[in-house]
Every structure is written in C-alpha cells, then in structure tokens.
Design a protein around this ligand. Structure first.
Ligand code: IPE
Ligand code: IPE
Ligand code: MG
Length: 253
C-alpha cells in the first residue's frame, strides 16, 4: 500500500508548514554552486504544492527566506531574489490551474521592489482561487513578527483604541502576520536539521514536528504523503491524558 493510500482523508492536517532546507548541500554534493540547489528546489515546491492542492489541504506555508538569510553572501541573496521573480512568473499557471491562492507573511517591504511587485500581482491574481491557500514566508522570522505585533499593540494603546487589560491571546494573534490563519498542525523540516530557525514560534506551540534527512530539492509528493501518514499515527494530547483523549474520540463517534 502506498503512503498516499494510507492517508485518512477525513483527518488531513488543516495546515502544514515546511522549512525547505538543504538546497546548498544538495548542490555542493554534486560539485555545484549553492544557487544550483535553490534552482532545483523549485521542482520540489511545484510537486509539493500540486500534491497538497490535489489532497484538498487547506493551508500550506513554505519558509522560503528568513530574516537571518539576509546575512548570506550578497551574490546568493541576489540570485535567490531573481529566482523568486522568475518562479512567480513561471508558476502562475500552476497556481491558477490548481485553484491555489497565494498569500505572504514576513517583511515584504524589505524585499527588492521587483520581488514585492511580482508578489503583489500574484496575490491579487490568485485572490479568486478557493482551493489551497499557499503562504510564502519571505523575509520572515518569528521574533520580528512578535516584536512587530507588540509595537502595533502599543500604538493602539497610546491612541486609546485598546486597553491593556483587554489584551488576551485572541487579540494578540490579530496582530501577528498570520491573523486569520489557523496554526500549523504539522511542521516538516528537510535536510536532517532539528531546529525551528525562528519560524512560527508562537503558532507552533502545539504543532507536530516531523524531520526528514531528505534534502529539499529531492523532496517529492511521496515524502509529503509519508509525513502526513506519520502525523496521523500520533496522539495529540494538548496537555490532557491519553485516557481523556480516547474518551473524547469515543464520544465524538
Ligand atoms: C534552504 O536551503 C533555502 C534557504 C534558506 C533560502 P539552504 O540554502 O539553507 O541549504 P543548506 O542548508 O545550506 O544546505
Ligand atoms: C531556514 O533555513 C530558513 C529557510 C528555510 C528559509 P536556514 O538554512 O537558513 O536555517 P539555519 O541557519 O540552518 O538554522
Ligand atoms: Mg539551510
């Protein structure tokens, strides 16, 4: 039985987040420059997005460029930005054909105008798509997002629009980039690294973590199916006991 056949359709994670890691090592293993790995990562993105859309997944967030990635060599950053523009141009048809709506999180204003303009157009063009919501995290980091949220809350308090005693989890989350987006139920990180690298720290308080040694350019739909099957075998307790969870399942049935 293939991994795809093992997936329980009714129990799909609502939202999958992916740290697409290992492009540089993939290229270097082949005696190529790191950029070659980024270019080959695009096929993995396409296959993953198509598979997610086909499965009927609601939300897929891809970590494409972190705040810390600005510290990479200028040539690599420039190549990544050009690749982004080229990819958006090339993949618009894939998005529309698969009814995928593109959204972004991160400091989009810090990206070169050529990139932010392309993104804006793609977000607008796909706004009519009612299928998978594909969220690209660009110039994103959790600490940036949380500090930004706190600053914006402070502004509202200063102007009298918000009272400090009214701040609760729900209000706080409205100030995050991910406002309105459910938190990820499954996180996949490729390339055998076991860390979160400043990704969705608030939102992943109860996310199931899945790590694979596969380098991102080699990641394909079968790898996605395998991660989902693994996710579906887990018991999510949210602080409760296993017995309480099992009892609830019985009641639900
Ligand atoms: C992930 O691959 C892509 C980005 C962070 C933009 P890396 O470029 O981090 O590849 P490795 O981890 O160095 O192999
Ligand atoms: C995380 O990968 C960021 C993205 C995948 C965009 P990195 O390769 O930048 O993470 P670290 O530096 O190894 O933690
Ligand atoms: Mg890396």
């Amino acid at each position: 039985m293939s991994f795809k056949e093992k997936i329980i359709k009714e129990k799909l994670p609502l939202h999958i987040a992916v740290i697409m890691d290992g492009n540089g090592r993939w290229a270097q293993k082949r005696g190529n420059k790191r950029v070659f790995g980024h270019k080959n990562g695009v096929a993995a993105v396409r296959d993953t997005v198509e598979a997610a859309a086909e499965l009927g997944l609601e939300y897929l967030t891809l970590y494409a460029f972190s705040t810390e990635n600005w510290n990479r060599p200028r040539t690599e950053i420039d190549a990544l930005m050009s690749l982004l523009v080229a990819t958006i141009n090339k993949e618009m048809k894939t998005l529309l054909d698969n009814n995928v709506r593109l959204l972004t999180i991160g400091d989009i204003g810090s990206l070169p105008v050529s990139v932010s303009d392309k993104l804006k157009i793609a977000v607008e063009k796909t706004a009519v798509c009612g299928g998978l919501k594909l969220i690209l995290a660009l110039s994103y980091s959790s600490r940036w997002e949380i500090v930004n949220a706190v600053r914006n809350i402070a502004v509202k308090i200063e102007s009298g629009e918000l009272k400090s005693q009214d701040i609760d989890r729900r209000i706080f989350e409205q100030f995050l980039n991910t406002a309105g987006i459910p938190e990820p139920e499954l996180l996949i990180r490729t390339s055998g690294e076991y860390r979160l690298s400043n990704f969705l720290l608030w939102q992943m308080a109860y996310t199931e973590l899945y790590f694979t040694g596969t380098l991102w350019p080699d990641f394909r739909r079968e790898d996605l199916y395998k991660a989902i099957v693994n996710f579906q075998s887990r018991e999510r307790r949210f602080g409760k006991t296993s017995k309480q969870i099992k009892k609830n399942i019985k009641v639900d049935c």
